[in-house]
Design a protein around this ligand. Structure first.
Ligand code: GTQ
Ligand code: FE2
Length: 379
């Protein structure tokens, strides 16, 4: 595509504009929309209904073999504001993957990192560099950048789950690499406990004194089990006395985010309670795990049910209003913004209410500050 040619009534200036365009140059003074007062966000608040994702996933299971296109039977959530790009928000891929009974999605690896979150069903094993990780109901399973992964469904029942990848970020950096790999032997794919959990999933605050070398850029623990998450949420709510609480999934040894590009959190909101309305820079994808209620994103209000996937674009306020107790899994690109000093957060509820006037029963859960948060950033 040729460089845009600007026009001017002054013939000398017009000639300059022609010369600039001929040399692939543009005058900044004619350009607009670059340094905007606030982020100009193209992605829109959106919800993909869990019921439809299940139906369409199953339909794809009937019609499409697993090997067509990227070795995976995946339906990508495409934000309608993103000009057809297959991304849920500008920085995150979100999708559902459907694997029929006795199917195998073959081994491959790529520089974009992935995570799997299981809303319902169980029985698939994901092998990550050969380590078999069971995908149980409500579990979080990681496949970090450049790790080989393959999905095996040895049982008769189909299974569907959500994938989130940092693909848009890696693609924007022109750093996408992909290669196929050999699939593992059948007898190594269904062990009860992965090596990753054997080493690093021993228990709260317990890590091996002489364990294997830590991978430099991500958590050595690759599966986060629902029994632990559920118990931790109850304990946190009980301790804080709040009506909602958020847990962050972390590297059990170093305490940071599970992967360098994606932050995983889960928010439990008690029946009848509402979370604060907050916004932050960077995109977020939500997945409803349990319960019903309303998720508000910008000016949109979505009545949600388990399996729903929602897009929260950058700098867009969002909040949860639980009818039944509501568990909401969340992935954001916050580690990227933190690392680059670009994270800004704003709590619109406490700003409206003024400091100290918030009702006691609406007090938020404890805030987890990351060490890289700039001290001066609004929160
Ligand atoms: O399961 O390996 O949703 O490679 C997109 C790309 C899932 C996967 C996706 C992938 C995978
Ligand atoms: Fe993959």
């Amino acid at each position: 595509m040729a460089t845009q040619r600007f026009g001017a009534t002054d013939p000398d200036l017009d000639r300059l504009y022609q010369q600039l365009a001929d040399r692939s140059l543009q005058p900044l003074w004619e350009l607009s929309g670059l340094l905007t007062p606030e982020p100009r966000v193209k992605g829109v608040p959106f919800r993909w209904a869990g019921r439809e994702l299940r139906e369409l996933g199953a339909r794809a299971g009937d019609l499409v073999p697993v090997d067509r296109g990227g070795d995976r039977r995946v339906l990508a959530c495409c934000n309608p504001g993103l000009d057809g790009a297959p991304y849920a928000v500008s920085t995150l891929w979100a999708a559902v993957q459907y694997l029929r009974g006795h199917e195998v999605a073959p081994a491959h690896r790529h520089t974009p990192a992935a995570l799997r979150f299981v809303v319902e069903g169980k029985g698939v094993w994901t092998l990550v560099d050969g380590d078999p990780l069971h995908m149980g109901t409500s579990d979080l399973v990681l496949t970090p950048s450049w790790t080989f992964h393959e999905h095996h469904n040895p049982g008769p029942e189909p299974m569907i789950w959500m994938d989130v990848l940092d693909l848009p970020v890696v693609a924007a950096l022109d750093a996408v690499f992909f290669e196929g790999g050999p699939s593992a032997d059948a007898d190594t794919r269904t062990t009860a406990r992965s090596a990753s959990e054997g080493w690093f999933g021993g228990g709260p605050g317990l890590v091996p004194a002489d364990g294997p070398a830590l991978p430099p850029h991500r958590s050595p623990l690759l599966a986060y089990r629902w029994a632990d998450t559920d118990r931790a949420l109850d304990t946190l709510l009980d301790t804080s006395g709040g009506r909602w609480a958020t847990l962050r999934y972390t590297d059990p040894v170093r305490g940071g985010d599970v992967m360098p590009t994606m932050r995983c959190e889960i928010t439990r909101t008690l029946a009848g309670a509402s979370t604060d309305s907050v916004r932050q820079t960077g995109g977020r994808v939500l997945c409803v795990l349990h319960g019903t209620g309303e998720v508000r994103i910008g000016t949109e209000h979505f009545d949600v049910a388990p399996g729903d996937i929602l897009a929260v674009p950058s700098w867009t306020p969002w909040s949860v209003h639980a009818v039944e107790q509501l568990d909401l899994f969340s992935t954001s690109d916050a580690p990227v913004l933190d690392a680059l000093g670009l994270m800004r957060t704003e709590n619109l509820t406490s700003r409206e209410a003024g400091a100290g006037t918030r009702a006691a029963d609406e007090s938020p859960g404890p805030h987890l500050h990351t060490p890289t948060d700039p001290a001066g950033a609004p929160r």
